[in-house]
Write a protein that binds this ligand. Structure first.
Ligand SMILES: Cc1ncc(COP(=O)(O)O)c(C=O)c1O
Length: 321
């Protein structure tokens, strides 16, 4: 598969969709547990989507998928490797072959992860990742596509906020100090907070591309793997367990998700994180529709807590001792 660099995962998705030559109002099947920006990106191309269910362990609910496949207008299925963990897709592939559907692999959470030596994001007709989520860069989204194509897009222009964040990222001690002492902390128990809803159609900026090319992916994966194990041990001491029990050094894990009893317990974890100078968070920015219906997705969202893996392992060990 060839790799094309964009400003965001959503821009890679947008351009991948355009390459598929779908017709107006064709349908894409997408998971019901997903950040709103994916829906907004699909809508911006004049395509429509319907949702299939995701189980509590983040696997694909095949029964739900099968129920939805009946419509003739469905042209593709998008699946997500949640938090960087590869989705099992044998069944999905069989179904897509039977119904002549394209497969889109969303590996936004796990840029650079691989399974049996195959890079994640490259298992479908096209796929994409979002390196800006795991590396400290201003922009970055990768499209994986089999053919050689050209894109003529403006480059992402970073602003003063990006520059300040970059500076902060260079000084971990200052960053944790600011996190501990910031008065305005994002409240992760509120589902409708200010969100990033802009469908960027840009290529990566030069500085981010240069940085990305220099990044040591193996080292980053190893750090995240080590941190995952540190958190896992800490959770076990406190009678919790990660949703994904097995972790692998070849994966690029974005964070460690686990369930608590209710949103109040989740809040206590978020506040504890702030006290320690790290961001423990909820995921995702669910669509407003999900929130209004107070459906299973929203109920799951309230109990989901995500532990960050981006810090030095020595720092995390101190927190967990
Ligand atoms: C599953 C998933 N897909 C796609 C995206 C979009 O990635 P980006 O923010 O880089 O556009 C996100 C992030 O918000 C995501 O969580």
């Amino acid at each position: 598969m060839k790799e094309y660099y964009f400003s965001h995962g959503r821009s890679a998705l947008l351009n991948g969709l355009k390459l598929m030559n779908f017709s107006k109002n064709d349908l894409i099947l997408i998971p019901d547990y997903l950040c709103e920006i994916v829906e907004l990106t699909i809508k911006s191309t004049n395509l429509k989507f319907i949702k299939y269910e995701i189980n509590d362990d983040f696997s694909i609910n095949i029964k739900s998928l099968k129920r939805k496949l009946k419509s003739k207008k469905i042209k593709a299925v998008l699946f997500v490797n949640y938090f960087g963990f590869p989705q099992k897709i044998v069944e999905l592939k069989k179904l897509c072959k039977k119904y002549k559907l394209k497969i889109i692999e969303d590996n936004s959470h796990g840029h650079g992860g691989s399974l049996k030596n195959k890079i994640l994001g490259s298992r479908g007709d096209f796929g994409f990742s979002s390196p800006r989520k795991v590396f400290k860069i201003n922009s970055g989204g990768v499209l994986y596509y089999k053919n050689k194509v050209t894109f003529n897009l403006p480059k992402y222009k970073y602003n003063i906020n990006n520059t300040l964040i970059n500076l902060l990222n260079k000084n971990f001690t200052l960053k944790t100090f600011i996190k501990k002492n910031l008065i305005f902390k994002k409240d992760f128990t509120t589902p409708i907070t200010k969100r990033d809803t802009f469908v960027y159609n840009m290529s990566i900026d030069d500085l981010s591309l240069k940085k990305l090319r220099k990044e040591n992916i193996v080292k980053e994966k190893y750090k995240r793997y080590t941190n995952y194990l540190i958190w896992k041990k800490y959770l076990s001491k406190n009678n919790f367990e990660p949703i994904f029990k097995k972790v692998d050094k070849n994966l690029m894990i974005w964070c460690l998700p686990f369930y608590v009893k209710n949103s109040n317990d989740a809040k206590n974890w978020f506040l504890w994180g702030y006290k320690k100078g790290i961001t423990i968070f909820s995921w995702p920015d669910l669509s407003i529709d999900n929130i209004k219906k107070n459906n299973n997705c929203f109920k799951r969202w309230k109990r989901l807590v995500c532990l960050p893996l981006d810090m030095p392992s020595s720092f995390l060990k101190k927190i967990c001792n």
